[in-house]
Design a protein around this ligand. Structure first.
Ligand code: NDP
Length: 332
């Protein structure tokens, strides 16, 4: 059982200095437990937070296996709800095998015509984040303008497409010309702005002639400030994440124009996808048919081999991934 041990708290994104790949015999499932063989390991920006400090989940204890979301196959079961061969997803580790009680895993539904990998992307945790964050927190109405940051990533690439299906104008902010072309050329975004190009603030203003009704926040920092400046009266900001801050050694400056929320009677609301676990069936029911009909396009950037997890993980912070980042650990 290869597993990544967390030896120290990372600083400034020095993940390779604090994680080490070790090998030990695979543990057996105990009473009431299951053992899951990892097929796909999800790599998520929040993993960097779990390595550093207590937040909505406790920090990963030092000298234990790094925590991660896995999609895999039950290969031992002492639990009435699971049998060997079940395809499950849940909180596991950066490891070949996870032993867990039944509560932290659930079986994935079998929607005909969709590959297993879909449950790592649009029908997985990041799909639910985009779906509930936009619809439940953002409450889009047809004709509104939705702007999303980290738009070519796992969550962002879905937010704009769901917004389009709800009759909105979708504008993405992403870090390269290729990503912007993917958004407008393949995913149906109405416009995309490369925030690494000089003058992007003006380009964003031009891309939202009617202002911004919903800004889906993935990034934080300067992008938040610019989005706030363009926010319409009664605008909404589903606050999904702030990846630009996760590896900061000091807290970044807050948006200087936060009081826009007052003058424009706008609302900024944080949310956690974990809270939507009881409502996953709603997401499957609407997203499943969209995917099966090709109305939502998706990509999983799949790197190969548990041993390459760290090289892969860095991509989240350098912009190296397009779509959902995951590692293939074993065969389906
Ligand atoms: P992505 O697939 O979007 O990957 C991260 C992307 O963020 C990178 O590809 C990069 O793209 C961009 N990025 C990295 N650093 C910066 C920076 N300093 N400034 C601007 N952009 C940057 O990740 P996810 O879709 O998994 O996650 C997106 C956000 O959603 C994160 O903030 C994450 O924490 C949050 N999240 C929140 C959840 C919740 O329950 N609230 C659940 C899941 C995710 P680029 O090339 O465009 O720079």
């Amino acid at each position: 059982n290869r597993h990544w041990l967390l030896l120290d708290r990372p600083k400034g994104g020095n993940f390779s200095e604090v994680l080490s790949l070790r090998e030990a015999p695979a543990p057996d499932a105990g009473e009431g437990q299951i053992r899951v063989r990892t097929v796909y390991l999800s790599l998520d920006p929040t993993n960097a937070v779990w390595m550093q400090y207590d937040s909505y989940l406790p920090a990963v204890p030092l000298n234990t296996t790094m925590r991660g979301l896995v999609l895999g196959v039950v290969d031992q079961s002492n639990h009435a709800k699971f049998k060997v061969g079940d395809i499950v997803t849940g909180m596991g580790g950066w490891a070949d095998y996870t032993v867990a009680d039944g509560a932290s895993f659930s079986r994935v539904p079998n929607i005909p015509g969709l590959p297993l990998l879909a449950y790592m992307g649009p029908l997985g945790m990041t799909g639910a984040t985009a779906y509930f964050g936009l619809l439940d927190i953002g409450k889009p109405k047809a004709g509104e303008t939705v702007v999303v940051s980290a738009a070519a990533g796992a969550v962002g690439s879905l937010v704009g497409q769901i917004a389009k299906l709800k009759g909105c104008r979708a504008v993405g902010i992403a870090g390269s010309a290729d990503k912007c072309n993917w958004l407008t050329g393949e995913l149906g975004y109405d416009a995309a702005v490369n925030y690494k190009e000089k003058g992007w603030q003006k380009a964003l203003k031009n891309a939202v002639p009617d202002g911004i009704d919903i800004y889906f926040e993935n990034v934080g920092g300067e992008i938040t400030e610019v989005a706030l400046s363009l926010l319409n009266t009664r605008g909404r900001i589903p606050f999904c994440g702030a990846i630009s801050q996760y590896n900061s050694t000091e807290p970044g400056p807050g948006p200087r124009n936060l009081s826009v929320l007052v003058s424009r009677r706008a609302r900024m609301e944080g949310f956690l996808v974990l809270d939507y676990a009881p409502r996953m069936a709603e997401m499957y029911a609407e997203m499943g048919p969209w995917l099966a009909a090709g109305q939502i396009k998706w990509k999983v950037e799949l790197d190969q081999g548990l041993e390459n997890t760290l090289t892969s993980f860095d991509k989240l912070f350098t912009g190296g991934n397009t779509g959902k980042l995951a590692v293939k650990v074993s065969d389906e």
